[in-house]
Structures are given as structure tokens and as C-alpha cells.
Ligand binder design. Sequence first.
Ligand code: ADP
Ligand code: MG
Length: 319
Amino acid sequence: MLSNSPLLQVENVSKTFRVQGKKLHAIENVSFTLEAEKTLGIVGESGSGKSTLGRMVLRLLESDKGKIIFDGMDLSKIKKKHLRELRQQMQIIFQDPKASLNPRMTVYDAIEDAMVIHKIGTKASRRARVLELLERVGLPDEVQYAYPHELSGGQLQRVGIARALSLNPKMIICDEPVSALDVSIQVQVIQLLKDLQKEFNLTYIFISHNLAVVEYLSDEIAVLYLGEVVEQAPAHELFKKPTHPYTQVLLSSILKIPESPEKKQKMTSIQGEIPSPLNPPNGCTFHPRCPFATEICVSVKPEQRKVSEGHFAVCHLVE
Ligand code: ADP
Ligand code: MG
């Protein structure tokens, strides 16, 4: 890889699903680049397409169009046998670690599993690695004998993180990794992810519906609305100068982590529901919920407008 090329390049990717005989636009023309060892935060309400985008980057889903280049490899051209190699380099951490762990496997087996599948190391070296990972994610030794149902949500997520780390990946997609956790545990897990990033030179895509959660980890933030990036900027710039009305609404309703369940509800219910991606509004898709919408917003689809260097918003109101 050339040192000055980004680790990940996503160019104009789209994904539609067929639902009830209609096209559902889950992701529409999304582009971004991500430098190695940096974090891109992706924020948006439930249904905005965050998981779909993450799964396309992992190639668990194929994009309908556009290009995804990871570490110099064009993912759409990658052969089945190289997918295995790709899986080693890119891992995912899910919102619900319990659902992603086999209930009949001990923690030890769950963490060793990927190394066995990829035929990495000897039994002894894998054992040393599992124990090292357990320690690194802050779990006591004895946890190796436990089954998923014996662990708390926070412990399970630490196991999920250890599993993701086991193959020494370059990049980890964190898909709402703290959203299901207790308030007090969220901060610990986010701090752990931050420490691990430094220690293992990891690149993250960090997905959340909560801008406050994303803020702490992200270098760059993309705001997703109905499958489209409506604003993107370096994290500090986005917080200093939120420009798209949707970002402003998200920002005004955030609370500092830890979040409480009541507040979370409040955030997702601002100004009515997110419209159905089966039948998106004309013009700017945010116009029915936008306090500043004018005539042009109702009829004409806005284009990207530059706010400042590296900062754009897709809104007619940007001068
Ligand atoms: P998010 O992760 O932001 O909540 P998703 O990526 O899960 O959003 O979903 C985006 C949109 O795509 C939603 O409207 C969802 O219902 C739809 N969707 C996701 N996966 C599928 C699928 N396999 N089949 C049909 N529709 C899907
Ligand atoms: Mg999701």
C-alpha cells in the first residue's frame, strides 16, 4: 500500500432491496475515504442505512454500484478465495454480542475459533493468544470457561472485541457496540476501544445513532439520513459548525455519555418519524421534518455544498 493512499475508499456506492415489489433505497451514492489508524463515525437514526453500509464494506453484502477499495484491493473484483484473507483484515463488532456468539461455545473456544478456521498458529500459541486477549480486554482468566449466558452485557461485548482482535485485523467496524449496554458500562467499553486502537494501530468505522457516543472516538463524522450522507466533516468541525439542519437537530438533542434510555427515545422522536425509504420525499428528503424548509427544498434535490475545507453539507440553505 502506498503510504499516502487511504486504507479504505468508498466511491458512490448504492444498495437497494426489493421489498413488497418496490425498490427500497437503503444506501444512495455514498462516498468517503478513511486513513489508516483513524476513525470514521457514522451517525443517523435507526433505518438510515448504517448497518447496510457497514456490511457492504465487509462484503457481507454486495453493493449494486460504486466501488469499495480496501488496502488497494477492489472488493467487487475480489475472488471467493481471497475473501478469507479480507475477513482476516476486517472484523465487525455487533450491537448484540450474545446473538453473535454460539451459546454452546465457551469463551475460550469463541475467541480461538477464528484462528482455528484460518489455521493460524499451534494449539499452544493460540492458547497464549486467547489468554493475552482476555487480559487485554479486561476480563479475568476464569472467564475463558464461561458460556455466553453466564456473562453480563459488558463482559459479552469484551468477548466480542477479543474475538474481533484475534486475527490481528487492520480495520474493525463497530456497529452500535455500546447501544445495548448499561449506562455505566458504555464509557468503559468506548475507552477500551480507544486504547486498543492505539495499541494495535486499528482503523475504525464507528456506527451509532448517538452523536455524543461517536464524538469521543471519531476523527471524521458522516451524518447519514435515509441512506445519504447529508453532512461530513472532521469531528471537531462538525461540533463547532453543524450546518445541515438534521445535524443541528441531532446535536441539540444529544446528551453527554452515559445516555439514559428516556433521553435516547427523545432523540429518535424529534419532529416526527423518519420517512419510509420505500417512498422517500421529493426534493430534499429531510424537508418534511426541516424547520427551515423553503419551496426549493420541496421540489429540488440539493447537491453537496462546501462549508469549509473538508466539510460539506447537502442543503440548499448553505451559501
Ligand atoms: P440502520 O442500521 O441505520 O438502522 P439498516 O442499514 O439496517 O439501517 O437499514 C436501512 C434500510 O434498509 C431500512 O429501511 C431497512 O428496513 C432496510 N433493510 C435493511 N436490510 C434489508 C434487507 N435484507 N431486506 C430488505 N430491507 C432491508
Ligand atoms: Mg443498524
